[in-house]
Ligand binder design. Sequence first.
Ligand code: HEC
Ligand code: HEC
Length: 491
Amino acid sequence: MTKPGRTIFLIVETVVVVFALLYFAGRFTSNVAVEYSDPLENFKYGSTGGEILTGIPYSIWMTLPRIFDLPGGRYESFGFLYESGKDLPIGVSKRRYQGIDRVSFNCAICHYGSVRDTPDSKPMLVAGMPSNTVDLRAFYKFMFDAAKDQRFSAALVLAEDKTMGIHEDFINRQIIRYYAMLAMQSFMLGYSQRLNFVLLEPEFGPGRVDTFNAAKVLLNFPTGPDKMPENERVGTADFPSIWYQRKREGMQLHWDGNNTNVAERNRSAAFGTGAYPPTLDRPNMQRIVNWLLDDAKPPKYPYPIDAALAARGKAVYGELCDRCHGPDGVNFAANYKDLGKVTPIAEIGTDRHRLDSYSYPLAVNQSQFYAGTKYPEERFRHFRKTYGYANLPLDGIWLRAPYLHNGSVPTLHDLFETSANRPPTFYRGDDVYDPIRAGFKSNSSNRNGRTFFLLDTSVVGNGNQGHEGKYYGTELPQTDKDALVEYLKTF
Ligand code: HEC
Ligand code: HEC
């Protein structure tokens, strides 16, 4: 080769190498979430950062339901809510990380509900309402089982990608073929062993989860039947509503009132989306939180309300309930009487498992999260062990059925009966509303490809006792009970 030829070759080679390096550097350091300028869309589909450590590659997420023959080829049978024209359900976010699109849960997977008039009518989807239809345990069980199945194969995923028109470029196809599937498989196997205690607990069904035993796993506390105190093992909690967060500042909240700080409750919640201190998407989390502080509100009760009956209910409420639950569904604040304080378990008398599952050692050790990270100011300082359940505001209470912290009472009507007269079993997961009893229908076992969950109140953690007696409305004459229910519909 002549000298100028060699020089040109070297230059070209260098340029190619530099471009290749830049390309791969760019590709493998990429970290960009899909952005939503509208705050509500951001709440539904925006990222908290969970994709980075615990995300599932988009191709795998999209194809598994088809490979495993889930109804409709989507995750609807777990109660996930799909809007028309959207590939992902509400509560699932997407981010390109290291060149691969990955998905993860966000807050909306547990805080976005559905309500409809009849089985055939279009549902109204409500932001900030408990995810009454979503069965996370069934979803995780599906994923854990899938990862162990022969059909969990790159060949099937890539073939399904083609059928579905999902384009992964050459490099990503190799990553899926030789790395991503195996990595997800080993992650799922490890994760399923750590979360195995959940599968050994009584089933939650839709709309519930064990909040704080999951935090024990993150802290490497010993978990499981033989390693935990008997009374701490079951911590089933109903998903709460999360409207009007600013007005809740300073209240002792979470079901047991273990934290008075809204910002900390949000950061603690972020763990539920797989976003840990190093990976939390702080700017987007702040946007979600800002929206929750002031803009997230319950929709008005859409069915007729008997104004005279409601007025009578208002008077009864003022006498009995106002001191613990605040004046109404809107005008509440932390310093109002006993609102946002804890009623001792001996007095409230509801199922104590969720309370006991949050232990003193956990309260102490939760301050370890965020300690020693770049964000010491984010360390938890407000978690406390308590001895009862919190007197909570009742905004949008018509949409928060089933009731009590363990979701053991299907309707408002039933809540004002003594526990002996509350339904001993009922189905959870339906979104058809029953305006007469004020709650969701709870007598069908399945509909439209969805199986509902039979909640048995005799199972540990599901007890439907408590919140009874003269201060709680269960001894009132029937018309006063009806009046209370009517008034609560205005909240
Ligand atoms: C896996 C389901 C799940 C996810 C995901 C989740 N939450 Fe929650 N959230 C819950 C449950 C369950 C509780 C009740 C905790 C308890 O007391 O046991 C709760 C409680 C809360 C509370 C306190 C409510 C109150 O007033 O007592 C807030 C605020 C909250 N979540 C916000 C969020 C935010 C913000 C996100 C996203 C960063 C989020 N949650 C993600 C399930 C979830
Ligand atoms: C002494 C305080 C106190 C009084 C009085 C009281 N409650 Fe409660 N209420 C609570 C506590 C604490 C809880 C949560 C208990 C649990 O979930 O285990 C609760 C739960 C509820 C819930 C269910 C909330 C949900 O999201 O599931 C409703 C509805 C309710 N109360 C309505 C009333 C009404 C109506 C009255 C008056 C007849 C009343 N309460 C009287 C303390 C009180």
